[in-house]
Design a protein around this ligand. Structure first.
Ligand code: AHM
Ligand code: MG
Length: 336
């Protein structure tokens, strides 16, 4: 009833996932437990990000991450929280984090069946100015009881069981897919619970926005350059697209998912594999896009078909509205 001051029937993320899992008779509640630990990590990072300015958490920790970039304290903190939460869930066997050069193999006494790949705090260049940043994660399941090896996580993205991200923005939003569509949940800080606010997210079939770091244009290949030119000077009488680029993948992808359009991180002469990492950036976002009715393409193939050979491998990525990705696919196909 509209006059009700309070909702009494709350669809929390836990309740939602329990409902979803109950459709699978083989489900033993392990996934729900795993997800609860991921959610705990997200809540911690959300609170740390919000306090960062005040608590002087911001600053260099004096360490560099695997890719040799400066690592901020918040990255270190977020990584620690996620690793500890995931290990203590008792449901994981292998963890791959952007912040750790080596994969973590969980001690047999705490081992479970899930492999989690994640970027605990993506978009770190945006921390100091308070722009949205996020956590990205993907989940695989070990099929049988063998001793875990890296091959268990070097699987194509289409084998993921679930993927999602949490955006620390004007509100804290968690977007999740367990392979049955995409749903968005917003943290109610007074309850400390993620509540279903964006059920059944579908990306518009075609969008009016393109999102790319155009500062790299001089190094782009032909199809990417042609595509962006087409966005600005369409020759088919359609109107030109708007450019939006935050430089925080979670925020740029979140907008793309809700408003439609295309997000590009192409290859260029300086970085022939692009910048974004296959396991914990490209795959989870591609999984969500497909589940929302969009597409994700590497310039050569469907992104989720890619078979990674190294845990920190990179790939070019073009993802978003179905029709917009179709256009860039055509340009790459024409190139041969
Ligand atoms: P990070 O993992 O070091 O934070 O870098 C990843 C980020 C993405 O969030 C974003 O899409 C991209 O880097 C932006 O890169 P650029 O500054 O080259 O445009
Ligand atoms: Mg990252």
């Amino acid at each position: 009833h509209a006059a009700d001051a309070h909702r009494t029937d709350l669809m929390t993320i836990t309740r939602f996932v329990l409902n979803e899992q109950s459709k699978h008779p083989e489900s033993r509640g392990d996934f729900t437990i795993l997800l609860n630990h991921i959610v705990l990590g997200c809540k911690f990072v959300c609170s740390a990000v919000n306090k960062a300015g005040l608590a002087k958490l911001i600053g260099l920790a004096g360490e560099t991450n695997v890719q040799g970039e400066e690592q901020k304290k918040l990255d270190v903190l977020s990584n620690e929280v996620f690793v500890k939460a995931l290990v203590s869930s008792g449901r994981t066997c292998i963890l791959v984090s952007e912040e750790d050069e080596e994969a973590t193999f969980v001690d047999p006494s705490k081992r479970g069946r899930y492999c989690v790949v994640f970027d605990p705090l993506d978009g770190s260049s945006n921390i100091d100015c308070g722009v949205s940043i996020g956590t990205i994660f993907g989940i695989y399941m070990m099929k049988d009881n063998h001793e875990p090896t890296l091959d268990d996580v070097l699987q194509p993205g289409k084998q993921m069981l679930a993927a999602g991200y949490c955006m620390y923005g004007s509100s804290c939003t968690l977007v999740l897919s367990t392979g049955e569509g995409v749903n968005g949940f917003t943290l109610d800080p007074s309850l400390g619970e993620f509540i279903l606010t964006h059920p059944g997210i579908k990306i518009p079939k075609k969008g009016k926005i393109y999102s790319v770091n155009e500062g790299n244009a001089k190094n782009w290949d032909g199809p990417t350059a042609k595509y962006v030119e087409k966005c600005k000077f369409p020759k088919d009488g359609s109107s030109s697209k708007s450019l939006r680029y935050i430089g925080s993948m979670v925020a740029d992808v979140h907008r793309t998912l809700l408003y439609g359009g295309i997000f590009l991180y192409p290859a260029d002469k300086k970085s022939p594999s692009g910048k974004l990492r296959v396991l914990y950036e490209v795959f989870p976002m591609s999984f969500l896009m497909e589940q929302a009715g969009g597409q994700a393409f590497t310039g050569k193939q469907r992104a989720l078909d890619l078979v990674p050979t190294k845990i920190h491998e990179r790939s070019p990525i073009f993802l978003g509205s179905f029709d917009d990705v179709e256009d860039i696919k055509a340009l790459y196909a024409a190139e041969g």
